[in-house]
Design a protein around this ligand. Structure first.
Ligand code: PHE
Length: 493
């Protein structure tokens, strides 16, 4: 008997996969990345990366999950014993992300609340760093900040509740509510944004192609990096989610839908963000170039400032921060599921116990980021775990599958056997050659950069402990986990 959880409907699976993919990366990472790497011309490397890495790897991970019907480490161990640790490594990367991702969701929640009457005042930067976070010097932690702790507790309660309800009644239903709501809210934001004065200048700046940038290797690295992070691939997530698919599911089509839906949202966010930046530039009499930022600064410093100047500012603020919240929480659920599934299978635990241990531990660690030094810690961990976690784990994954296990043909047969679109040589070439070459190059570039210049000029011992040591540490803990045998009762049908 197969007792494995299963999605209720195909749409439910798709919304969950899209929910994982559509996250903060779409809203605050893509627009600035595209702008800084050639504007309109960036779409060429970006589309190339989507078609040669993003969608092919998504197809591969959906196939692995659907074929082996297990968590990522168990699925990899069924391919070859030696591959199990790549699965744990990816699960641990997801675990690390799950310790700080809820912090950003908590900030969003709090800022949705602050939107009533635009509480951040005129100096949004000082409000965010001093009044809201009570920040200390980089490298020290200080005490826990109640402004962050309270929304954090709310976020974790929601996460525990959804996870506790299980795959079909929890994750699927949550995404069925969150994702359509997010799409509607975001559409309203973008429609309002493009009608603002100055919007057109913003869009012109965003789309204006700088063709020379295409010749620059770092632009291609940025495109691949964006695709990896944005599609949640090489995080063990998509393998876990597709392991709950019914046996005969159209894999390839699902991967194309997920990939294009995510990129469409990304483009929409680019339009919205740049229309709004255009408005800001006009208001402050500066150029677009001066107002572009990404990440935390964009969402919590620049946007509040713009929102204050907008008509119906409180309402607009609420819509914006609620959309960050929804985009974030659906991704958070997906990373949490990866380690819950892994731990549950490895230690034969009930789902409830796996949630209690796994997410419970993540919750405790998350409290460190709720301190006065939390932002610097978050920034460091995020940077290192993404650059040396995801890119490297992704590289190991494709090389192991294409060159050591040599199962691309088997996987292709499995996908083709149940998908309308048939895979060809382009798929094997993408996974076996193009992706490893680009990821390898990306690793070397990142390493060179970070060894030359300490990230953000943070203290060296801090970067060593929470950057390098953590990124390397998860590989070792991953290896340690493989020493325990899988329970004999197999979840395979
Ligand atoms: N895909 C998410 C985004 O675009 C990021 C993410 C990756 C979230 C991995 C969770 C895990 O924002």
């Amino acid at each position: 008997m197969n007792e494995r959880s299963q999605w209720g409907t195909r749409l439910g699976f798709l919304l969950a996969a899209i929910g994982s993919a559509v996250g903060l990366g779409n809203i605050w990472r893509f627009p600035a990345t595209a702008y800084e790497n050639g504007g309109g011309a960036f779409f060429i490397p970006y589309l190339f990366a989507l078609l040669t890495a993003g969608i092919p790897i998504l197809i591969m991970e959906f196939t692995i999950g659907n074929k082996y019907r297990s968590s990522a480490p168990r699925s990899f161990s069924k391919i070859s014993k030696g591959m199990e640790w790549i699965g744990w490594w990816q699960v641990l990367i997801s675990f690390v992300i799950s310790t700080y991702y809820p912090i950003i969701i908590a900030w969003s929640l709090m800022f949705a609340y602050y939107s009533f009457g635009t509480k951040w005042g005129a100096d949004t930067s000082s409000f965010f760093f001093n009044d809201f976070l009570s920040m200390t010097d980089p490298g020290s932690f200080g005490s826990i900040v109640p402004n962050v702790l309270i929304p954090l507790l709310i976020v974790w309660t929601i996460v525990f509740f959804i996870m506790g309800k299980g795959v079909k009644k929890g994750i699927e239903i949550a995404n069925r509510i969150f994702i359509p709501t997010l799409m509607i809210i975001f559409l309203i934001i973008v429609i309002c944004a493009v009608t603002l004065p100055g919007a057109l200048e913003g869009l012109n700046a965003f789309f204006e192609p700088n063709w020379e940038s295409i010749m620059d290797g770092s632009v291609w690295v940025a495109a691949y990096g964006q695709i990896f992070f944005s599609l949640s691939i090489a995080f063990a997530i998509m393998i876990t989610y597709s392991s709950y698919l019914p046996k005969k599911s159209d894999i390839t089509n699902n991967a194309f839908i997920t990939g294009f839906a995510n990129s469409s949202f990304e483009l929409l966010a680019g339009i919205g963000v740049f229309a709004i930046l255009g408005f800001m530039a006009l208001q402050s009499g500066s150029s677009i170039d001066e107002v572009v930022t990404s990440g935390v600064g964009l969402a919590f410093v620049v946007f509040p400032e713009i929102i204050s100047q907008m008509p119906a500012s409180s309402l607009f603020g609420i819509l914006f921060f609620v959309s960050l919240f929804l985009a974030g929480i659906s991704s958070m659920i997906s990373i949490t599921e990866t380690y819950i599934a892994g731990v549950q299978e490895k230690f034969s635990l009930s789902r409830g116990k796996a949630i209690l241990f796994g997410a419970g531990l993540s919750f405790i660690i998350s409290l460190f980021y709720a301190t006065q030094g939390g932002l610097v810690l978050l920034d460091t961990v995020d940077y290192f775990i993404n650059n040396y976690g995801v890119a490297l784990a992704g590289l190991f994954e494709v090389v192991a599958i294409a060159w050591f296990a040599r199962i691309l043909k088997d996987l292709q047969n499995h996908a083709d056997g149940q998908s309308a679109i048939k895979l060809g040589w382009w798929w094997r070439l993408s996974i076996g050659v193009i992706t490893p070459v680009v990821l390898g190059y990306m690793m070397l570039q990142n390493l060179r950069n970070d060894l030359e210049i300490p990230y953000e000029g943070y203290p060296l011992d801090f970067l060593f402990n929470f950057g390098w040591l953590l990124a390397i540490g998860v590989m070792f803990i991953g290896a340690l986990l493989t020493t325990k045998k899988w329970p004999s009762k197999d979840h395979e049908a």
